[in-house]
Write a protein that binds this ligand. Structure first.
Ligand code: PGA
Length: 220
């Protein structure tokens, strides 16, 4: 079945040349929808993949030095934007309120937001997800929205979430946002991707997406 596979390159690779090598390798026909989210300076459209971005600012234009808006990203070919990734929340201090502004602006500017949610280790999953979804999607049109469940303890650690917990989170998110497509992210690799794709609408791949061999195995 056709799934959504999103590559989050994060702040990698270091050069445009290396990013282009990845684009070239990943620009292949596959049954899945493949979305590549490189760093801003390397954004480049391809034939077989869809371009995405890792973040945008919560305003459309104006005196906001260093900021990039969803409208600009749309103009250079981005169709998806990751919003509220846990690294944005924890390192850059993004709150659910800011996330909500960004989501609404993406929708207004006709780019698909991918809302990232997930609990820290030791937090109550249901409570955190409900709050992040309620506040992040407040007054937003949820038709066609994509939500990525990414438990923080699983991101970049190699400790993938157990399948039963992925299924529980998937069901909880679908119950709260019935229109959503729900992805899983956190230590996805070529060995666990198939099993996770069976129980979700797709995956969000970080570390493994900048490893050519790994990511090709995942999308093929
Ligand atoms: P990871 O990252 O695959 O390296 O765990 C996922 C993400 O942060 O989106």
């Amino acid at each position: 079945m056709k799934k959504i596979i999103i590559a989050n390159f994060k702040m990698n690779p270091l050069t445009k040349k290396k990013a282009q090598e990845l684009f070239k390798a990943y620009d292949i026909k596959t049954k899945h929808t493949v979305v590549l989210c490189p760093p801003f300076p390397f954004l480049e459209k391809g034939k077989n993949y869809i371009l995405g971005a890792q973040n945008c600012f919560c305003r459309t234009e104006g005196p906001y030095t260093g900021a990039v808006s969803s409208k600009m990203l749309k103009d250079v070919g981005c169709k998806y934007i990751l919003i509220g990734h846990s690294e944005r929340r924890h390192i850059f201090g993004e709150t659910n309120r800011i996330v909500n502004h960004k989501i609404k602006l993406c929708i207004k500017n006709k780019v698909k937001p991918v809302l990232c949610v997930g609990e820290n280790a030791g937090e109550k999953r249901d409570v955190v997800l409900k709050k992040q979804l309620k506040e992040g999607l407040k007054d937003a049109q949820t038709k066609g929205i994509i939500i990525a469940y990414e438990p923080v303890f699983a991101i970049g650690t190699g400790k993938v979430c157990e399948i039963k917990d992925i299924i529980n989170s998937f069901n909880l998110i679908k119950k709260i946002v019935p229109d959503a497509k729900v992805l899983y992210g956190g230590s996805v690799n070529s060995l666990n991707a198939k099993e996770i794709l069976k129980v979700t609408d797709g995956i969000l791949v970080g570390g493994a997406s900048i490893n050519k061999k790994e990511f090709l195995k995942i999308i093929k």
